[in-house]
Ligand binder design. Structure first.
Ligand code: C2E
Ligand code: MG
Ligand code: MG
Length: 722
């Protein structure tokens, strides 16, 4: 079917063909025209070679029938000229010669003639001959076109092809393959050896072996390897080949393609990088780290060596991230990674480790968590040495975006085989040890121990219990009176949270706040205390007590989180408490970071009518002058200063200085932790405004506090009378 179809196409193409007849004798031209028109062709004429050239350019004939002997330009020269021109290069040329003129026939071929026909000619034969030549020409042109297209397609696809004939060792490479290999077709040696020479040294044996396997096992091959370019560069190719039996050669030929896959290799490398490396620091990620530990464990088991996993977590990184922003946090992590890499690398050159084969692998697990794998160490002390070096390396402050940031880290270590014999166990043990380091006051290093495991379990339990506690309303609020020194009257109460744990009884904030802060539950907890305290204060007023303010502690997360202002507005709205009767105790750190947003926030709160105080003043690093920009009402001097105020002259002068400076800034001062009469007396002399401490009452349940308040408040009737 298909061939008939193309035959028909070809017939169409040949019958409408235009034939140029070139002869100086008009009679012959007439004869040839007659014969060709009879056969269905169109005809144009020329009487010599140079006319033929002109006709060829203007009429573009599909075939030329030409005489040899002509004036002006003979048939041979015309043939040569035509072949040199763009228009005549591929036109089939049929030369008319005398039958016995063998010389002319040979010369005609030399000059580019396609075929010859002897005179005298038979009209019908001429027609057939021309049609036959036209068909050949169409087929040839189609072949040339398809070859050109194939070449183009190969160039676009960066694919080349080749053949190797083992018995003769002839290796032919397509122009595109040569182009890929960066050589010219003529430069290619033409043997398998010549090809292998261009293959990367390390891949050569593999490629050679693959070629042999095709021959011996008739297995098609599909391999990737590298090609070395003449300029020294290299790129990756994929070779696919199989053996083909060549009927003519009566032997096997290996036919193959070679495709440039450098792009794919690049993508593969990129995917590998994304899957196994941390994009921020470029360090191996958790997946790759675990993989390396698994390998190291297999090795350690086999050769009975010791290895350690160090688990490092930056102290209070969350605070830095929350207050200075994620950009600064990211930059800090990058610099930390660099310092870690440096310190871990250095331990190689310092110790005896190199010849012992001790190696270090650093990874970032995520967030501010880093791990180090130490292999071939002598004992746990070696891990301690590296951990200490790491802590030292982090001790210098970091300079980021104009901020000088000091960070410390807590490091835990777990040793194989004593602390775990699997990746997961070692990671878990070192993590637990790291938490223990945090509990020990951070910025230190701890080995894993079994008791720690128990502590970790306890911590986890605490976390779960805390979650339930919020739902079950196990938190209660205690109140501690705040007294005005001048009048000796209760002017406020600090709301302090307590946890009525179902099994452990009443817990103080110190026992559960750290976990609440770390898990972020503190925001909900603060909000809960805020509502309870507002409701309670309103109830006291409704019961007829003199209005006092209630102060609520606001954690950094609650302050910087999104809930604060709306929670306060809602609490005031729901309880109908006068905003003046609500005070927020903030920590000093909000005055040090994110200064501008903090000020805006405080102004917003002040505009709502709420009072603001700075808690535990003196324990942070903010200076009083710094505080000037903040719209505050009260400064609470930390109890550590009050504790020594009567014993220690330095403390006494500190409190005096704080009080007078605060007054110059129109701030009231409250001293915390006042326990004795002497302390109270001294503070009175220093003109401190208010005090809070055991001397006037410990934090107490609401029922007790309201009693105290009622006792010290003036009776409602008197007040009305007054
Ligand atoms: P704080 O805000 O500085 O509260 C004062 C702490 O000092 C209270 O400890 C209180 O019991 C104790 N204290 C009061 N007078 C004296 C005294 O005369 N001598 C001594 N030695 N101590 C005294 P508490 O209730 O254990 O609370 C500890 C800290 O927990 C609080 O310190 C506060 O920072 C935090 N906290 C308490 N409740 C909350 C809360 O609801 N939310 C938040 N975010 N933090 C809270
Ligand atoms: Mg407080
Ligand atoms: Mg305080």
């Amino acid at each position: 079917m298909l061939s008939t179809h193309t035959d028909m196409q070809m017939k169409d193409a040949t019958s409408s063909a235009l034939i140029l007849v070139v002869d100086d004798e008009e009679l012959i031209r007439m004869f040839v025209r007659e014969a060709l028109e009879q056969a269905g062709f169109e005809v144009c004429e020329a009487s010599n070679g140079s006319q033929a050239m002109e006709q060829c350019i203007s009429r573009r004939p599909d075939l030329i029938v030409m005489d040899v002997v002509m004036p002006v330009m003979d048939g041979f020269s015309a043939c040569s000229k035509l072949r040199e021109s763009a228009e005549g290069a591929r036109v089939p040329i049929l030369i008319m010669t005398a039958l016995d003129d063998a010389d002319s026939i040979a010369r005609a071929y030399e000059h580019g003639a396609t075929d010859f026909i002897a005179k005298p000619m038979h009209a019908a034969i001429l027609g057939h001959r021309v049609r036959y030549m036209l068909r050949g020409s169409i087929t040839l042109n189609a072949l040339l076109r398809s070859e050109a297209r194939l070449g183009l397609a190969q160039r676009i696809a960066k694919i080349g092809n080749w053949e190797w004939h083992p018995p003769t060792d002839r290796f032919t490479a397509s122009p595109e393959l040569c182009r890929l290999m960066g050589i010219r077709l003529q430069e290619f040696g033409g043997t398998k050896g010549a090809f292998l020479k261009m293959v990367h040294e390390e891949d050569r044996d593999r490629v050679d072996h693959a070629l042999k396997s095709i021959l011996e096992e008739r297995k098609p091959c599909d391999i990737d390897h590298r090609i070395i370019l003449p300029n020294g560069g290299e790129f990756a190719v994929n070779i696919q080949a199989e053996a083909v039996f060549d009927d003519q050669l009566k032997s096997l030929t290996i036919v193959g393609t070679a495709k440039d896959i450098s792009e794919r290799k690049r993508s593969e490398r990129e995917i590998h990088r994304l899957a196994y490396y941390d994009s921020l620091t470029g360090l191996p990620n958790r997946v790759l780290f675990k993989d390396r530990v698994t390998q190291a464990l297999a090795h350690a088991r086999r050769y009975q060596t010791t290895l350690a996993v160090l688990f490092l977590d930056l102290d209070r990184f969350k605070v830095i991230n929350d207050t200075l922003g994620h950009n600064v946090g990211d930059l800090l992590l990058k610099q930390v990674a660099d310092r870690l890499a440096d310190s871990v690398r250095h331990s190689d050159s310092i110790g005896r480790s190199v010849e012992q084969g001790e190696t270090h692998e650093l990874a970032r697990l995520g967030g501010d968590e880093f791990t180090v794998l130490l292999t071939n160490i002598r004992d746990a002390q070696d891990a301690g040495t590296v951990a200490r070096r790491i802590l030292e390396a982090l001790a210098r402050p970091f300079l980021i975006d104009g901020h000088e940031i000091s960070v410390t880290a807590s490091v835990g270590s777990a040793i194989f085989p004593t602390d775990g014999d699997s990746v997961d166990l070692l990671l878990k043990s070192s993590d637990i040890a790291m938490y223990h380091a945090k509990d020990q006051g951070r910025n230190n290093f701890q080995f894993y121990s079994k008791t720690m495991n128990a502590l970790a379990a306890e911590r986890l339990e605490m976390e779960n219990d805390l979650r339930k506690a919020l739902e079950r309303h196990e938190f209660i609020v205690y109140y501690q009176p705040q007294v005005e020194i001048r009048t000796n009257r209760i002017v406020g109460a600090e709301a302090l949270v307590r946890w009525l744990h179902p099994h452990r009884g009443m817990l103080l904030p110190a026992e559960f706040l750290p976990v609440a802060i770390e898990t972020g539950m503190i925001q909900k907890l603060d909000q809960e205390v805020l509502f309870v305290a507002c409701r309670q204060n309103k109830a006291w007023q409704d019961a007829g007590c003199t209005p006092i303010r209630v102060s609520v502690n606001v954690s950094n997360s609650f302050f910087h989180g999104a809930l604060l202002t709306s929670a306060i507005a809602r609490a005031l709205e729901e309880t109908q408490l006068d905003p003046e009767c609500l005070e927020l105790e903030l920590t000093e750190s909000i005055t040090m970071r994110h200064v501008e947003t903090s000020i805006t926030m405080l102004q917003e709160l002040r505009a709502m009518g709420v009072r603001l105080s700075i808690d535990d003043f003196g324990t942070g690093y903010s200076s009083l002058s710094h505080l000037q920009r903040f719209p505050l009402n009260i400064l609470k001097i930390d109890q550590s200063f009050v504790l020594g105020v009567t014993r220690n002259a330095a403390n006494a002068s500190i409190t005096r200085a704080i009080i007078s400076l605060a007054h110059s800034m129109n701030l009231s001062v409250l001293a915390e932790g006042v326990e004795t009469e002497e302390q109270l007396e001294l503070l009175r002399q220093q003109e401190c405004d208010q005090v809070q401490g055991y001397i006037f009452g410990r934090p107490m349940p609401e029922e007790e506090f309201v009693e105290l308040l009622a006792r010290t408040s003036s009776p409602p009737r008197n007040r009305r009378a007054a």
